[in-house]
Design a protein around this ligand. Structure first.
Ligand code: COI
Length: 332
C-alpha cells in the first residue's frame, strides 16, 4: 500500500514520518497543494491525503478516478471546499478529522475573548509606544457576562465547560440539541433569541454556504448594545463589513476574528513586505477592538499530530475495509 500526503507543512512532517514507520506503510510527503497540475504526482498511489483552504478543483477527482484512486482523506474537519458532485461522479470516498482537538479551538476562543475584554491589543500597542496610562482601557469581567454559544458540537461543548469555569452565564442554540445540555435547560429556542440575550456570541458552526450569514446588519440590530462576537468557525458566517461598521459606530463592543471571509490566499502566508490589497482587512487589523488572527485556533501540537495521524488511519480503514468511522456522507 502506498499513500501520498499533499500540502504538508514542516510542522506536520515528523508526525507523518513517525506514522509511516510505525505502520510500515509508504507515505510520500509533498508540499504542493492538490490541484489539476499536481494531481499526477498521485499516479501509482492507493490513496490521497490532503489539506488546503483553496477549493479542490473538480478536475482533480476526474484524474483520481483515471488513476484508480477512490479515497481522499482530509487532515482537517471542514469539507466546505470540496465539490461533492465531483466525488459522486467519480465514485470517490471522503474522510475528514472531525475531532482533532475541540479543546484547542475552544481554549483559543476564550483566549481571544479575554484579550478583548481586557483591551490587550490597545494596551500592548500603547505600552510599545511608552504610553503607560490605564484609561480608556478599563476591562470587563467574563463572570458578569452571558455567553451565547451558537453550535453545541464538540467544540461548542468544550467552550461551554471553560466559560462555566469562569463563572459566566451560558446559553446555547443548536438545531440538534445535546441531551445533557438540554436537561440543564441551557438552550434557547432560536438563534435570534440567543443573539438578543447574549453579551458575547461565540460561533461554533460550520459554514452555512455563501451569503448565509449569522452576523449581519439585520441580526446585529437585534443584539445587545456593547455585545461581542467571537468567530473561530468560518469567516462566511459573518458579513464582515456590517460587523466592522457596528463596532465603528459603537453598537457592538468588538470582535474576535480568527477566521475571515476573504482569508484564503492570505492567512498562513507572509506578505509583510507588501501592501494589502484587501482594504477591509487592513481596517480590521487597525481596529483596537478587533482581535484578528490568521486561523490559528486549531494550531497546537496536539491538534496537528492528531490531524496528521487520524487522517492516515481513516485512509487505511477505507482501503482495508471499504469504510471508516470518519467517512463523510457525500449524498447530502
Ligand atoms: C478545519 O479543520 O477545517 C479548520 O478550520 C482548521 C484548518 C485551518 C486546519
Amino acid at each position: 500500500m502506498k499513500l501520498i500526503d499533499y500540502g504538508v507543512r514542516d510542522d506536520e512532517r515528523k508526525y507523518i514520518e513517525e506514522w509511516s514507520k510505525e505502520n510500515d506503510i509508504e507515505v510520500k510527503i509533498v508540499q504542493e497543494l492538490l490541484t489539476p497540475e499536481t494531481v499526477e504526482l498521485a499516479n501509482g498511489f492507493d490513496g490521497i491525503v490532503a489539506y488546503q483552504q483553496l477549493p479542490y478543483d473538480p478536475v482533480v477527482f476526474d484524474k483520481m478516478n483515471e488513476y484508480g484512486i477512490h479515497v481522499i482523506s482530509l487532515r482537517n474537519v471542514g469539507v466546505d471546499n470540496v465539490p461533492f458532485d465531483a466525488l459522486r461522479k467519480n465514485d470517490i470516498k471522503l474522510t475528514n478529522v472531525p475531532s482533532y482537538s475541540p479543546e484547542a479551538i475552544a481554549e483559543y476562543s476564550v483566549t481571544g475573548l479575554m484579550a478583548l475584554l481586557r483591551n490587550l491589543k490597545h494596551m500592548i500597542r500603547k505600552v510599545d509606544n511608552h504610553d503607560f496610562e490605564w484609561a480608556p482601557d478599563i476591562g470587563r469581567e467574563l463572570n458578569q457576562l452571558t455567553v451565547g454559544v451558537a453550535g453545541t458540537g464538540r467544540i461548542g461543548r468544550a467552550a461551554i465547560k471553560i466559560y462555566e469555569g469562569f463563572g459566566a452565564k451560558v446559553i446555547a442554540f443548536d438545531k440538534y440539541r445535546n441531551d445533557e445540555l438540554d436537561k440543564r435547560g441551557m438552550y434557547v429556542d432560536t438563534l435570534d433569541e440567543l443573539l438578543k440575550q447574549s453579551d458575547v456570541v461565540t460561533l461554533h458552526l460550520p459554514s452555512l454556504g455563501k451569503g448565509n450569514t449569522v452576523i449581519n446588519a439585520k441580526t446585529i440590530a437585534e443584539m445587545k448594545d456593547d455585545a461581542i462576537v467571537v468567530n473561530t468557525g468560518r469567516g462566511d458566517l459573518i458579513n464582515t463589513q456590517d460587523l466592522y461598521d457596528a463596532i465603528g459606530n459603537g453598537k457592538l463592543y468588538g470582535a474576535v476574528m480568527d477566521v475571515y471571509e476573504n482569508e484564503v490566499g492570505i492567512f498562513n502566508t507572509d506578505v509583510s513586505d507588501q501592501e494589502l490589497e484587501d482594504k477591509l482587512l487592513e481596517k480590521l487589523i487597525k481596529s483596537p477592538r478587533i482581535i484578528l488572527t490568521p486561523h490559528i485556533a486549531f494550531y497546537t501540537t496536539k491538534a496537528v499530530k492528531n490531524m496528521a495521524t487520524i487522517s492516515l488511519n481513516s485512509m487505511i480503514d477505507e482501503l482495508k475495509t471499504g469504510t471508516s468511522s470518519n467517512e463523510i456522507d457525500i449524498e447530502k
